[in-house]
Write a protein that binds this ligand. Structure first.
Ligand SMILES: Nc1ncnc2c1ncn2[C@@H]1O[C@H](COP(=O)(O)OP(=O)(O)OP(=O)(O)O)[C@@H](O)[C@H]1O
Length: 262
């Protein structure tokens, strides 16, 4: 269960520049514990950059960004924040169990942690339903199994915050459903806060809360139901399109000199 008070992530005026570009512009948002927060938006809008900032792997971050009550990137957060990037993070020439044992050893080296490591490896394998594949080389797994093996690595330390960058890309509908069921179990049973990015809008409906991002700005923040009601739409996707069109129209009006406006 969680051992911090308040939000898992609290951002105020979060701004990130990459190269000469401002990629995130003054974002205010929070990520609550025990809930799945979806981060949605078109390719290139800044989802990965936001996740990198939260996990302390992004340079040139300004504003306030607190994670589990500490500044993002604080060394004390290392074992409490799990991050799964878009690229699988397992070694192909090791079995799934050997991969997990290796990462567990990095996290908790030494003989005195041996029993703890064995327990953590067995639990992570069961969490992602790969126990029966534990002795298969990672290089021989299917795409979906490799994604789940990477997720198992992030689950080794039962993190309070799990940050997942497009975890369901390329998975078939059954695997996607199973993964979302797992995310819901982690949130409900362990109080884990999940921040999950996707550009698949039907996954938005599976989240408790949504952050809709476009060109580095937060277009909306609320539950799927709130977003649908606020914009009078049947789906979150329609609400998002409505917001995008409104933002584009506003930007066009701002660019047009007053004397040229009708
Ligand atoms: N190393 C970099 N240097 C400069 N700009 C970068 C760098 N990496 C990414 N960007 C730019 O930052 C912006 C946001 O990229 P980011 O990867 O965060 O978007 P995204 O929403 O995660 O996209 P996708 O859904 O395609 O993964 C993009 O316009 C991208 O071109």
């Amino acid at each position: 269960m969680v051992n911090y008070s308040g939000a898992a992530v609290e951002a105020r005026g979060l701004t990130v520049t990459r190269g000469t570009r401002t990629v995130l512009r003054g974002l205010d948002f929070s990520v609550p514990p025990g809930r799945i927060t979806g981060l949605l938006g078109p390719s290139g809008c800044g989802k990965t950059t936001l996740m990198r900032a939260v996990t302390g792997t992004q340079a040139k971050v300004t504003g306030v960004l607190d994670v589990l009550g500490r500044p993002a990137g604080d060394p004390a957060l290392r074992s409490r924040v799990g991050y799964v990037t878009q690229a699988p993070s397992v070694y192909d020439d090791l079995t799934v169990r050997q991969n997990l044992a290796y990462f567990a050893e990095v996290l908790h080296p030494g003989r005195r942690h041996r029993d703890h490591r064995a327990g953590a490896v067995a639990r992570a394998l069961a969490d992602v339903d790969l126990t029966d594949r534990a002795d298969t080389l990672a290089g021989r797994l299917s795409g979906g199994q490799r994604s789940r093996a990477s997720l198992a690595v992030a689950l080794l330390d039962t993190p309070d915050l799990l940050v997942l960058d497009e975890p369901t890309v390329g998975l078939d509908p059954v695997l996607r459903r199973d993964l979302w069921d797992l995310f819901h179990r982690l949130a409900a049973d362990r109080g884990t806060a999940l921040l999950v990015s996707s550009h698949v809008m039907d996954e938005a409906e599976r989240c408790h809360r949504l952050l809709l991002l476009r060109e580095g700005e937060l277009l909306a923040d609320g539950t799927p139901g709130e977003l649908r009601r606020r914009h009078g739409t049947a789906t979150v996707e329609d609400a998002f399109l409505h917001l995008v069109d409104t933002a584009a129209a506003r930007a066009a009006t701002t660019r047009t000199p007053p004397e040229d406006r009708p």
